[in-house]
Ligand binder design. Sequence first.
Ligand SMILES: NC(=O)c1ccc[n+]([C@@H]2O[C@H](COP(=O)([O-])OP(=O)(O)OC[C@H]3O[C@@H](n4cnc5c(N)ncnc54)[C@H](O)[C@@H]3O)[C@@H](O)[C@H]2O)c1
Length: 273
Amino acid sequence: MNLLEGKKGIIFGALNDMSIAWKTAETCHRMGADIVLTNAPVAMRMGEIHKLAEQCGNAPVIPADATSVEDLKALFEGAMDHFGGKVDFVLHSIGMSPNVRKGKHYTGLNYNYLEKTLDVSAISLHKTLQTAMELDAISEWGSVVGLSYIAAQRTFPDYGDMADAKSLLESIARSFGYHYGVKNKVRINTISQSPTVTTAGSGVKGFDEFVSYSEAMSPLGNADGQACADYCATLFSDLTRYVTMQNLFHDGGFSHTGVSMEVISKFAKEEGA
Ligand SMILES: NC(=O)c1ccc[n+]([C@@H]2O[C@H](COP(=O)([O-])OP(=O)(O)OC[C@H]3O[C@@H](n4cnc5c(N)ncnc54)[C@H](O)[C@@H]3O)[C@@H](O)[C@H]2O)c1
């Protein structure tokens, strides 16, 4: 399927082959896109991204800390050099909370860590968009996608300050989506993805139980990383040109299910026992 033939995109956040960004890069390449890969310089020490680059037609890898405007500027300039023109799509697949990593409870946050959480996981989207706009780096009808989680709308106690980061991420997508739409018809959306087994996902306490709960609550079951990659590809394509400023649930129906028979029957068994 050549849905992305001729498109040029930057993909942030491919750490290893479990990463949603990794699967999205493979999928976009398979669908005909030309890709530039990027990640934080520290994340590249493992060197796995170079394997992905090879698989994606020797895609250039340009390191960038997404909290550094200077790095982002060099990234967009490098990508435009490589493409010989503007960028058609960007995947922002970045998340990290030092509070969650260090097991800090939501009621006992370290505020320096909180600033880092918000900067890495949400404000980096604003920095990416502002840098792109200043360089006029994204083509008309271009598409930018960030990855979110339903903890932005509902409380999941162990998700900690990442919930606040996701709320901010979704808000930035909406607010910048307005301005970039008016200025250059660039669309900006977030995908609110099911819990997915990746390095970032597994950092959340009780993650395995949580994946099982979510699976039991979703009529279609949890959407996996590959399904998320496929959904990203549709948003990068011309088939979704009028979708912008949205938070799009990609979760097998979880977000709109009050309770499932599978979960209810578990309680019935426990009470009957
Ligand atoms: N895994 C899940 O359950 C799940 C569910 C919903 C949403 N998401 C979101 O999907 C996105 C991708 O996460 P993933 O699950 O594929 O995990 P992942 O750990 O594979 O990816 C997270 C990426 O963020 C990168 N990153 C961290 N700090 C950075 C910085 N300063 N600059 C640039 N990059 C930086 C990491 O290097 C890594 O590649 C995240 O936004 C995450 O919150 C994940």
